[in-house]
Design a protein around this ligand. Structure first.
Ligand code: SF4
Length: 233
């Protein structure tokens, strides 16, 4: 198992997760801007809370960049209250919409002429947008083949023993996936969504290895299950 090339292991993990969970149909946004806003609103909270904030914005007729820019920050914060950290997130949303106004006059289609690397750098310069949010926007909002890394991805790859050779920073994990998978938007979309599903159902903080579809290829899981059988621990 250890000598199997990483690309083959990742391919097989993807297939097993897909077979087990089926397609996840991410990201549940009706427009690229809704996906962008959702990527900010879901920071440090469950998607369900971000979705409630998005619904509030929709009901108020404010789910577009111009409306968000115009809203007084306190009113915007009230709309997005269910997502938590609402004052900070209101500032972040307004910074994102300022950027959209300046970069493409709110016409997101115009971003299609800009390279992924440039867009990523520009997004990272916007207040409140870190690598995970920028990459979620690029992949799910703008259809760019960028692999999104999050705490779930790190946890699963670590436990499976697929470690970046040089370090354990965000970029190290991203390079690992970029170097060992095809740069394909559909693949990256589904793979990330499946990893999230896996982390929420089986590979939790306290993993449920006995019912995990990856158990056969996971040393951590096998060791844990063996111990449990031997010592009942
Ligand atoms: S076997 Fe256990 S540790 Fe390994 S991926 Fe599955 S749940 Fe996580």
């Amino acid at each position: 198992m250890q000598s199997e090339p990483i690309s083959r292991r990742l391919g097989s993990i993807y297939r097993q997760l897909l077979e087990h969970f089926g397609r996840q149909y991410w990201w549940p946004g009706e427009t690229p801007f809704e996906v962008m806003a959702g990527a900010v609103l879901t920071q440090s909270t469950a998607w369900e809370n971000a979705a409630r904030a998005i619904l509030n914005l929709k009901k108020a007729g404010c789910l577009n960049p111009a409306a968000i820019r115009r809203l007084p920050a306190e009113r915007l914060a009230r709309h997005i209250r269910p997502s938590g950290y609402f004052n900070t997130k209101a500032r972040k949303l307004q910074a994102l919409t300022e950027w959209l106004g300046k970069t493409c006059s709110d016409n997101i289609d115009l971003l299609s002429g800009t390279s992924t690397a440039t867009l990523r750098n520009n997004l990272l310069a916007v207040y409140g947008i870190g690598p995970e949010t920028a990459d979620s926007i690029l992949l799910y909002g703008l259809n760019r083949p960028v692999f999104v890394i999050d705490a779930y991805t790190r946890r699963i790859t670590d436990r499976l023993g697929i470690l970046p050779g040089l370090g354990n920073g965000y970029n190290d994990y991203q390079k690992l996936f970029a170097a060992n998978t095809e740069p394909d938007v559909s693949l990256y979309n589904e793979f990330h969504a499946l990893l999230v599903k896996q982390a929420k159902t089986a590979c939790r903080k306290s993993p449920l290895c006995c019912r995990c579809c990856l158990l056969e290829s996971c040393l951590t899981g096998k060791n844990g299950v063996e111990k449990e059988l031997l010592y009942g621990a």
